[in-house]
Design a protein around this ligand. Structure first.
Ligand SMILES: Nc1ncnc2c1ncn2[C@@H]1O[C@H](COP(=O)(O)OP(=O)(O)OP(=O)(O)O)[C@@H](O)[C@H]1O
Length: 297
């Protein structure tokens, strides 16, 4: 029997992230209520749901910005090392577990150049190579090698994000869509195993949206980084995601492939703002209206 909440192929399952029984309470509000899902290694997993459903709260729990009221978030790196993210601080989640994130609102160093933004992201690696001493910065061969490598990494991601021509321009001068890609390139420079993107397509025009899709696809294909995505733009979600999880009022209402989720009456009801048993009726009405409009041409 196929379970109501279909998940991706369990035969080949290799979850990089497991969220189990997650709950988050803000005063009297249960923003997330006993929410569980898995993100598979190397896949793009999208977290969708109406406004206020709790998507950003889940993200904030995964990335250490919030400590969940209850639940367990396990991240398993490709080498087999496991981290219980709910027990770590945000900087440990980034540095040790290798989970990177971007935010709904762009947070670049707008006065620094595009290239400098990518080099700053590799500060931790460079400081380690310096032995945390000024002498190290000046003379250690290990530091020189690490510095050359970080420029190579930056160049690689500049090319992937189609920003190489703008490398020496201040980040703040880039068009909006390019700034979004720069944020993602900057996160990739830290060598993450999981990349969490909070509404990367928000405010993009269709051309910028296409460039974003291409960048995300190339990240999945070439780096093997797993992507966890919150997104309102359904064309982006349906085109690039391997797996979609739907939240409503802090609870999971659907989980499966984009096609499964798209046709799930519970999801349609949540987005239309109607009761489950009214879905068929509403869809018929919409089809009738579409038919009438189509018929006038
Ligand atoms: N720090 C907080 N303090 C109090 N309430 C919060 C806090 N963060 C989120 N909430 C509440 O939790 C609920 C879920 O919010 P959240 O931002 O996670 O939803 P969302 O699905 O990301 O929404 P949107 O799509 O609008 O960004 C909302 O009712 C919100 O008001």
């Amino acid at each position: 029997m196929v379970s109501e909440t279909m998940t991706t192929n369990t035969m080949t399952a290799d979850p990089i992230l497991k969220v189990e029984h997650l709950s988050m309470r803000f005063g009297g509000l249960m923003a997330i209520n006993d929410f569980s899902f898995e993100a598979q290694r190397g896949e793009i997993t999208a977290l969708i749901g109406p406004n206020g459903a709790g998507k950003t709260t889940v993200f904030n729990c995964v990335t250490g910005f919030y400590k969940p009221t209850m639940g367990m978030i396990t991240m398993r790196q490709k080498g087999g090392r496991e981290f219980l993210l709910e027990r770590l601080n945000d900087f440990e989640i980034t540095r040790d577990a290798k989970v990177a994130r971007t935010f709904q609102n762009i947070r670049l160093f707008s006065g620094l150049t595009v290239l400098e933004n990518l080099l700053v992201a590799q500060h931790n690696t460079l400081m380690k190579a310096s032995g945390y001493t000024v002498l190290g910065l000046l003379g250690l061969p290990g530091y020189k090698k690490a510095a050359a490598e970080s420029i190579e990494v930056a160049r690689h991601w500049l090319e992937k994000a189609d920003l190489i021509e703008r490398a020496d321009d201040p980040a703040g001068d880039l068009p909006y869509g390019a700034q979004r890609r720069l944020e993602i390139a900057r996160a990739m420079c830290t060598g993450p195993e999981v990349l969490c993107l909070d509404e990367p397509a928000a405010g993009l025009n269709p051309r910028e949206s296409l460039a974003l899709n291409e960048l995300l696809r190339s990240i999945r294909k070439e780096s093997g980084t797993s992507i966890l995505l919150i997104e309102h733009d359904m064309s982006v979600v349906m085109e690039i995601s391997d797996h979609v999880v739907v939240l409503e009022y802090g609870q999971k209402i659907s989980d499966g492939t984009p096609d499964h989720v798209k046709n799930d009456p519970k999801v349609i009801a949540a987005y239309l703002g109607v009761e489950d048993d009214e879905v068929e009726e509403v869809i018929e009405e919409i089809e009738e209206i579409e038919g009438t409009v189509g018929g006038t041409h």
